[in-house]
Design a protein around this ligand. Structure first.
Ligand code: MLT
Length: 376
């Protein structure tokens, strides 16, 4: 039987989904029976929460089924994972999902470990904070690590029809303000790197160090832009396979696609859990982003660049280009990895990151808790 805490987390996840995707259903939540918590009898409490959770899931599943039937003439559920699977995925994440209000939206995040300068991870497109689970697991004993869902992705909400790298970077800095974080180490993968570079060029004083993973500083070429708008059209016309299947194949190394199916399927689930609306808005935001190469020479903080040797989306040459322009930066290349090097070769990725963070911690005289206790 599930614990009260587990049930409350599941209820929160479904409620967030309703709030973001179907706010018109919110009024029904007040009408749903939920027994007042009965502390002296935890079994009854768990039963009440469990039946409330089941009724919420049924409400959303019925509603999404009806919605798809009405819109498309026949049931189809391929764009959204069934709600139970999404909730299960979140449970697998095993970190407490925290929520905060920033720029009139709700940001969902995890915040674990301790350290002088927090490390904030910014995910790529069209992923969510769940893509950083391996880094949270590995780094939390020596650093304060924070992952968050960019507006509209994962469990964070969005209140704008159009989004942009400027918006995403503004949210990041407002999120840091909300958490009283004056300076952070920022680690962005791919679109997360576009956001990190945008934020550093506009708010340089807010960052203590930079990690750029499988990313680039150039803007889209005309051809790339056209490709993105064509994809938007295809997604809007429900030709989903073109984007979803092809995209997943491009981000992984051939070996991962055959020998690491669990990682591939996990990322697929993360992608499918995002709405069509934010995926198309994200594509337009990337197409319209400005270049940041001209800002690289001004970066004066320690910088680590990581790239999968076989990254096709943001090839190694793009990382080498940035490394030549950011003074003192270090480039680490990960073998047998493509665009999502943190997922494909987590050990190598985490080691490079940990070594970089250890040097920063040592320079600030910070000893991780584990080291402090072992010295006693
Ligand atoms: C990403 O992984 O964030 C995107 O694929 C990057 C891009 O398409 O430019």
């Amino acid at each position: 039987m599930k614990t009260e805490l587990e049930l409350n987390e599941k209820i929160l996840a479904v409620t967030n989904r309703i709030r973001e995707k179907h706010p018109e259903l919110l009024e029904y939540l007040n009408e749903m029976p939920i027994t007042i918590p009965y502390e002296e009898n935890p079994t009854i409490n768990v039963k009440a929460l469990s039946s409330y959770y089941d009724s919420l899931v049924a409400l959303v599943e019925d509603y999404e089924y009806e919605e798809n039937t009405i819109i498309n003439g026949q049931p189809e559920n391929t764009l959204h994972l069934p709600i139970k699977d999404i909730v299960k995925m979140e449970q697998d994440n095993s970190y407490e999902d925290l929520l905060t209000e920033v720029n009139d939206i709700t940001i969902s995040y995890n915040d674990v470990g301790e350290g002088i300068v927090p490390v904030i991870f910014v995910h790529g497109f069209p992923f969510s904070k769940s893509m950083w689970k391996g880094q949270l697991d590995s780094l939390k004993s020596s650093n304060r690590v924070i992952v968050f869902d960019i507006r509209g992705f994962g469990q964070s909400t969005n209140n704008k029809a159009n989004v942009s790298m400027d918006f995403f970077a503004d949210d990041l800095v407002a999120f840091m303000d909300k958490l009283n974080i004056d300076k952070a180490v920022i680690c962005g993968l791919s679109m997360g790197g576009y956001i990190a570079l945008n934020a550093i060029s506009r708010f340089p004083e807010r960052f203590a160090a930079l990690v750029l993973c499988d990313t680039q500083c150039i803007a889209d070429t005309t051809e790339k832009k056209e490709g993105r708008y064509k994809t938007i059209e295809q997604i809007n016309n429900d030709v989903k396979d073109v984007f979803y299947d092809k995209f997943i194949k491009t981000v992984f190394h051939a070996d991962s696609l055959t020998n690491n199916m669990e990682v591939v399927e996990n990322l697929q689930n993360i992608v499918f859990a995002n709405s069509k609306k934010i995926i198309t808005a994200g594509l337009a935001a990337m197409a319209e982003r400005s270049e940041t190469c001209s800002t690289l020479a001004a970066i004066k903080i320690p910088t680590l660049i990581i790239c999968g040797r076989e990254d096709e989306l943001t090839p190694l040459a793009k990382s080498e280009f940035m490394q030549e322009r950011i003074k003192g930066s270090v480039l680490k290349i990960i073998d047998d990895a493509a665009h999502v090097s943190n997922l494909e070769q987590p050990e190598a990725f985490n080691k490079y990151l940990q070594d970089f963070l250890n040097t920063l911690n040592a320079a600030k005289g910070f000893k991780p808790k584990a080291e402090r206790t072992s010295m006693k």
